[in-house]
Design a protein around this ligand. Structure first.
Ligand code: PLP
Length: 260
């Protein structure tokens, strides 16, 4: 039996709905062996983020080196990297280990409003990390910060995805449409063509961790050797079901359902 392996380099969500916890649950559900390098610990529940504790740079580097020098990874993803120094360090590790199938989820703000990316970290994200990404997965507000565009239409989403590839050197970009009203259509630009991914919208406040789960699902599929387009379609299905069957736990924005 071939074991496919994926590494997430991201923050911990003590509430289990987002971050490392969402990534590992997603990897498991998609039959991929999951490994983690934790960049920050958040004290968090469905009501919000109550504390953020960055892991020292040396500790982040040692986790990545330990995993990749022994187990190896067929694909990797990054999530919360809150400081420019952390982004630079992680980018250096990715280059050093020659990780190719890298999904970058440019995490900036939690649904409750807490900032997960320092204001002075945006340049490091653009300049150091995006050029290493096989795929970048911003939502609309994140795509606006990265590109400086104001995004309202599908055409705007296309332009943003194309810019992330052409200007910042990512292999591909998928701009997620969940923040627009109507059907949540995502726009994928793979360097050659645009692909639209659509789904039905389900109204629920329990969408905590959707971005983490979606990018982890793509990472898992890439680890199995799937094409970018196949991986994106599987991830879209996975996250749509996870939202549709949310668990409804917690008094605030609850987690999606990774078992769905
Ligand atoms: N907490 C951590 C550690 C995360 O990595 C993320 C991911 O984006 C979030 C919280 C935000 O989750 P959400 O915006 O879905 O609430």
């Amino acid at each position: 039996m071939t074991i496919f392996k994926a590494l997430t380099i991201a923050g911990s969500d003590s509430g289990g709905g987002a971050g490392i916890q969402a990534d590992l649950k997603t990897f498991q559900m998609l039959d991929v062996y999951g490994m983690s390098a934790i960049t920050a610990i958040t004290a968090q529940n469905t009501l919000g983020v109550h504390g953020i504790y960055d892991i020292p740079l040396e500790g982040i580097e040692k986790q990545i080196d330990a995993v990749l020098s022994d187990l190896g990874a067929d694909a990797a993803k990054t999530g919360m990297l809150s400081q420019p120094e952390i982004i630079e360090l992680v980018a250096g590790c990715i280059r050093k280990h020659g990780l190719k199938r890298l999904v970058v989820d440019p995490v900036m703000v939690a649904k409750g409003g807490a900032s997960l990316l320092a204001g002075n970290a945006q340049n490091a994200l653009r300049e150091k990390l995006l050029p290493l990404a096989a795929l970048v997965t911003p939502n609309i507000p994140e795509a606006e910060v990265i590109t400086g565009l104001s995004i309202t239409t599908i055409e705007d989403m296309k332009e943003a995805a194309q810019r992330i590839v052409r200007e910042f050197g990512a292999g591909a970009a998928i701009v997620k449409g969940g923040h627009r009203s109507g059907e949540p259509t995502d726009v994928l630009y793979d360097g050659e063509a645009f692909h639209l991914l659509t789904a039905e919208r389900y109204e629920t406040r329990h969408t905590h961790g959707t971005g983490c789960t979606f990018s982890a699902a793509i990472c898992a599929e890439l680890a199995k050797g799937k094409t970018l387009l196949e991986a994106a379609h599987t991830a879209k299905q996975f996250i749509t079901l996870a939202i549709r069957h949310t668990l409804g736990i917690g008094a605030g924005h609850g987690p999606t359902n990774h078992w769905a």
